[in-house]
Design a protein around this ligand. Structure first.
Ligand code: FE2
Length: 194
């Protein structure tokens, strides 16, 4: 069975005004779809494989890049919610306090990582097996490849924000952090990682 584009967990208008319908149509319907289509073309005949296995076993840069971008985007869509943003609560909030000192320090570290990441890539909150870390990866690279468990990501490729924010990446990051993060999804990932 071929890999397929997952449906968005909300409508195309649901994240406006922070991310417009046009951005989601292009980002999900064109960019993510293209990674899926390219991946299927590359692994034709052996696409029963698990996506994680394809990524970890890739001996070809094109296979890795397209498989990883399929993984990253599928994860990214779930990191956002129309009711998202603000501060987390419960065990997740306690873990962030323990790791970073406070939510404000965590927010500042993640925003700086995402804003200053050079060129295309992804900013992440990960669990490395013992602690929570803010990090970033270039192009299609992802925590799975480095033995880390992804809890949250922000796509900082220009295609994620250029329609709505042009070159103002910090404004996109602020909107993501303050109005879009699905803390529920992050909490689920933390529970699965620990
Ligand atoms: Fe993207």
């Amino acid at each position: 069975m071929a890999f397929s584009l997952p449906s968005l967990p909300y409508s195309l208008d649901a994240l406006a005004p922070h991310l417009s319908r046009e951005t989601l149509e292009l980002h999900h319907g064109k960019h993510h779809q293209k990674y899926v289509d390219t991946l299927n073309g590359l692994v034709e005949g052996k696409s029963n494989a698990d996506l994680d296995d394809v990524i970890l076993g890739a001996d070809d840069d094109k296979v890795f890049d397209n498989a990883a971008q399929h993984w990253n985007h599928s994860f990214y869509w779930q990191c956002m919610s129309p009711e998202g943003g603000g501060q987390p609560s419960g065990e997740l909030a306690e873990e962030l306090d323990r790791a970073f000192g406070s939510y404000d320090v965590f927010r500042k570290e993640l925003a700086e990582e995402a804003e200053t990441h050079f060129a295309s890539g992804w900013a992440w909150l990960v669990h490395d097996g013992s602690e929570l870390l803010v990090t970033s990866t270039h192009d299609a690279d992802l925590p799975l490849k480095h033995g880390q468990r992804a809890l949250l990501t922000i796509d900082v490729w220009e295609h994620a924000y250029y329609v709505d924010y042009q070159n103002k990446r910090p404004d996109y990051i602020a909107a993501f952090l303050d109005s879009l993060i699905s803390w529920e999804f992050v909490a689920q990932n933390l529970a699965a990682a620990t």
